[in-house]
Structure formats: C-alpha cells, structure tokens
Design a protein. Structure first.
Length: 564
C-alpha cells in the first residue's frame, strides 16, 4: 500500500488526513492498517515517532459508531503523558466522526473522569492502574469493546503492569480485535501475544538499505522538546553556517509553517511539498539550483529524486519514521565523495526510535548538546571578525578606505582610537548578524540518561550543556542577588559569565533562578574570577551582589521540626 487513497477510509478520516498534510502512510501504517481493516489482530514492532498511533487509530475509527452507550475501543499505554498524547491524536483523527475520546490516568481526580465517562465516551485511552480502578468501581462498562490496543507493551511490562493488564484483559469481551505495539519484542512480549492475540499478523519494519553512501556524512542529533525545535534549528543553521540545507518535515502543514518561520527569521527559505502545483515546485527548484534558496523545507515525498549537488546539510526536523527513510534522506549529502552533515532533532520521547535507526543503519549518530547562546554569540563575533579581516585585506590592496579617514580623524579628537574601533565593530556586527537575544529563547537542555530511555531536562535554559562540560571536576555554586524580579534569564547569566571570564558557556553548569536571586554552578577553580567579573559588570542593567552560595543550613537556618 503506498497511498492512503488505496485504503478506502471513510471520507471523514480521509478528509482529516488531507487537512493534516499526511502525504503517504509510514511503513508501520502501510503494513498494519490493511490487516487491521480486515479484522485481523496485529503485533507490530514500532517505537514512538513511527506513526504507530495512526496505525491503530485509523482502523479503530473506521469501525467506530460514535455516540454509543459504552466505549468501543480501549487503548492501554504506560504513562500519563502518553495517555494524553494518544488521546489527543485519536481525537484529531476522529474529529469529523464526532469521536468522543477520554484519557484516563492516575494523578487526575477520579471523580472528574467518572463524570466524563457518564457523559459518554467512545474511545478510552488509559494507564493500566487507572483502568483497573474504574473497572473495580464499576464506573466504566467495557462490555461493548470491539478493539483493545496495548501500546508500548514492553514499557508497560517494564513498569510492572503485567498483572493489571491481565486483570483488564479478563474484563473485556473475548470477541474483540487486539493490537499490540512495542518498541522491542523480547520473550515476555511473546507471552502477552500468545495469551491475548488470535492468529496475529506480525509487522516488523526492517531495513535492506546499504549504508555505504552515508559513511562520509557527519551525523549528529540533538534532543529538543517540540516547542523549541524551530529555535533550535535556527541556532544550528547559524552555528553550522549552513549554505545549502534541506530540512525534512513529516507533513505539508509543518513544511509550510516552518518555511514561513525560517523566512521570518531572515533565512532564504522555501517550501516544497505535494500540495503545490508542478509550476510552483519548478519555481522553487530553480531557486534551489541557482542557490537563491539557502534552506529548502520539504516532505519526503516532494523531495524524492531531488539531487542538489551543492548541498551541505540535511536536517531531520522530524525524525524519519523508519530507518530506510533516514538513509534516503541523509544520502542526499555526502554524494560523489563530498562531505556533508546530517542533523537530526529528536523529541525526548523519540529517543528509542533514534536508537533503532542507529542500530538498523549501523551508523553512529552522536547525540550532542545544543549550542548555547554564548556559543552563538562567539560564533557571530567570529563571523564579524573574519568579515572585518577580509575588508582589511582589501584595503591593503586597493587603498579603498581612504574616504573614511576623515570620519576617524574627527572622532579621535574626542575619543581614543580603541573606542572608535569598538563602536565601528558594534555597528558592523549588528548590521551583519543581528542581536542573538532577538531570536534565541530559552531552550532546555535535554540529556539522554545512561539507559537512554528516560531523558531529563537540565535545570537551566540557554545555559551550558552536558557532554563537554567537565562534570567530573569539582564545582562550586555561586549566588547572584538578581532573579526573576529583575527579569534575569539563564542566558543572561551564561552570557555575562562567558563574556567576562575565561569560561565558555559549556563549562557553566546548573542555573536556578528564583524570584529574588539566582545560583550558578561553575568549576571551583574559576570561582574567584567569576565572582570578581560578575561584581564588576551589569546584569540586565543592574549591579548584583555575587558571592559563594551558602545553603540554608550553613546560613544558620533551622528546619522546622517534623520536616525531614
Ligand atoms: P507516532 O509514532 O504515532 O507518535 O507519530 C509520530 C508523528 O508522526 C506524529 O506527529 C504524527 O502526527 C506524525 N504522522 C503519523 N503518520 C504520518 C504520516 N503518514 N505522514 C506524516 N506524518 C505522520
């Protein structure tokens, strides 16, 4: 199956897919949807990011009679975040059918869920523990279920939900369709499959692709929460000085909105997707070929067969949904012996898909820390410096700057030459580079943990990052007497330290900002230097008191009795 059209989905579903800008099914979808529509059980190997939600949601919506007295589908997921995310996705796909979808998870008042269930729900997306609660309280009737989905089954087992799943499966009709998706298929999953699925179709997405072409491509990935991806992309394009990049997105909608966002930030960016006329596409391709376009934002389908020989960067703005498609995408750089860079933005939850792509393609993709504001500043200053150096070299050759001598001569009556030079550099810098503060918002640094599955967000925003920071060396926390009240942001502290001391942004550790003050973790041997420098400088236009941070206990604070 290569197009959604061939599936003969109900018009309400097809219409939503068109509106979302899905151009073609992902591999897991083309393998799973036809058997599911045919009523078969399916067990599929699929991680978050492969399009697995639509793979089970579209078939269950296809057979849904919305507005019934009891739920017709139950989706079990391991975590509350996933419950919310999956419920939102099913709601989106089923919106024209009027499907009523409810996420049911621990941590939310059960009474609210009971009221919603009484109101009428067609699809329940639940964590196992809360599903059991509702079954025991008889606040849900699973007697009419037609479909049960076990999503991220391996994770549910890892989290100790085996017994809960068993109890739930006892309580649902024997006559039902069962779907199981799991990122990995260890033996324990086999046990579930044998007990609860009937003669299932097995869907494994394998890669046959040779990866020789990609050997010369530098492959890096960054973990970035969804809402920060556009900012992160801008920062990376700047740091990398990308002159010809293709940025891949999954949907037409995303291509359009990212193309506009990049253009608004001053990139020469164009969009390419299957919803455009041939004429429009030809025009874009001409601009790409004659190098008018720096950044082409495209869907996989639109970029098929695209051959741009001066391409320097491929960016996976969205992780491709299967290893094959990763190889196809990045094969566009590094052709004919040239070198190129492939950058992949990974949302924290998709870390597993990245691992499986790495494994399937036998490529090493190094997960790096996003450049900080300080890195970006340094890079932009370097660009200004080299532009000035180039101009100075021209002056040597052509005496071309004589006409400006009068300006410098008159200014040096009142200012010294260094001050004049600094002002001129500032003007040149701002004209050429802009102020990074304009387009750099806080981007939390997310680092993969040792097991690679759970990710954590570092306590500060635009600050230094993990990998190259000497985490092993001793660190000291310093206290700065300005906080949220003075509108201080992490990047202000990182910027001040990186500008005024010998530390780079990457050597700066955790930053905490409270209403009245902030704390910054730095290498112990830089303590005196950082304190002196910050005391001498202004932060957000204000002088701060800076000293070594003393935790409350050292300050004579006595915890109240009864508190740990
Ligand atoms: P999932 O693996 O279900 O978490 O889906 C990952 C992302 O892929 C979601 O943002 C979906 O909206 C998107 N997606 C799913 N199917 C398609 C498709 N056929 N074409 C483009 N995007 C898709």
């Amino acid at each position: 199956m290569t197009s959604f059209g061939e599936l003969a989905l109900r018009p309400e579903l097809q219409h939503v897919l068109d509106a979302l800008g899905y151009e073609e099914p992902t591999p897991i979808q083309s393998e799973s949807i036809p058997p599911l529509l045919g009523g078969r059980d399916v067990v599929g190997q699929a991680a978050t990011g492969t399009g697995k939600t639509a793979a089970f949601a579209l078939p269950l919506l296809q057979r849904l009679e919305a507005g019934g007295a009891a739920p017709q589908a139950l989706v079990l997921v391991p975590t509350r975040e996933l419950a919310i995310q999956v419920a939102e996705a099913i709601h989106r796909y089923g919106r024209e059918l009027g499907a009523r979808v409810l996420a049911v998870y621990g941590g939310q008042p059960i009474t609210r869920q009971i009221r919603a269930l009484e109101h009428g729900v067609d699809v329940v997306v639940a964590t196992p523990g809360r599903a059991i609660d509702h079954i025991t309280r008889r606040t849900v009737d699973f007697g009419q279920l037609r479909t049960v989905v076990l999503d991220e089954a391996d994770e549910m087992l890892d989290m100790g939900f085996a017994e809960d799943i068993e109890a739930i499966m006892e309580a649902v009709p024997a006559e039902r369709q069962t779907v199981l998706f799991s990122a990995t298929l260890p033996k324990r999953i086999d046990g579930l499959v044998r007990r609860y699925l009937t003669d299932p179709v097995r869907v494994l997405i394998r890669t046959e692709q040779s990866t020789d072409d990609t050997a010369r491509v530098r492959q890096v990935a960054y973990l970035v929460p969804r809402q920060h991806k556009a900012n992160a992309l801008g920062r990376l394009l700047d740091i990398e000085s990308a002159t010809a990049a293709v940025v891949f997105c999954r949907t037409r909608e995303e291509v359009d909105s990212l193309g506009e966002a990049l253009a608004a930030r001053g990139y020469r960016a164009d969009a390419l997707h299957g919803g455009m006329t041939q004429d429009q596409r030809d025009r874009v391709m001409t601009k790409v070929r004659n190098r008018t376009t720096e950044v082409l934002v495209a869907t996989d389908v639109a970029a098929r067969g695209l051959d741009i020989d001066h391409l320097t960067h491929v960016v996976n703005y969205d992780l491709p949904n299967a290893p094959d498609s990763y190889v196809h995408r990045i094969g566009r750089v590094g052709r004919a012996g040239r070198e190129g860079t492939a950058i992949t933005l990974v949302e924290p939850r998709q870390h597993r898909l990245l691992k499986s792509i790495e494994k399937a393609t036998r490529n090493k993709i190094s997960v790096e820390t996003l450049p900080t504001v300080a890195d970006l500043r340094a890079r932009r200053l370097e660009l200004t410096r080299s532009a000035l150096a180039e101009t100075l070299r021209e002056a040597d050759r052509e005496d071309a700057h004589e006409q400006y001598r009068v300006v410098v001569d008159t200014l040096t009556d009142d200012y010294d030459l260094m001050e004049v030079a600094l002002a001129a550099v500032k003007l040149a810098h701002e004209a050429g580079q802009g102020d990074p503060d304009d387009d750099v918002a806080d981007i939390p640094q997310v680092r993969p943990s040792a097991d690679g599955d759970q990710d954590r967000v570092a306590p500060h925003g635009g600050g230094g990052g993990g990998k190259s920071r000497p985490r092993s060396g001793p660190t000291t926390t310093i206290f700065v007497s300005l906080g949220h009240a003075a509108k201080v942001r992490p990047q202000d502290l990182v910027g001040a330290i990186a500008n005024e001391t010998s530390l780079s942004g990457r050597q700066i550790g955790a930053i905490e900002i409270t209403h009245k003050f902030s704390t910054v973790e730095i290498p112990t041997d830089a303590e005196a230097e950082v304190i002196a420098a910050l005391q001498a400088t202004m932060i957000k236009g204000r002088k701060a008191r800076v000293e070594r941070y003393k935790p409350p206990a050292e300050r004579g604070y006595k915890p109240k009795r009864g508190r740990p």
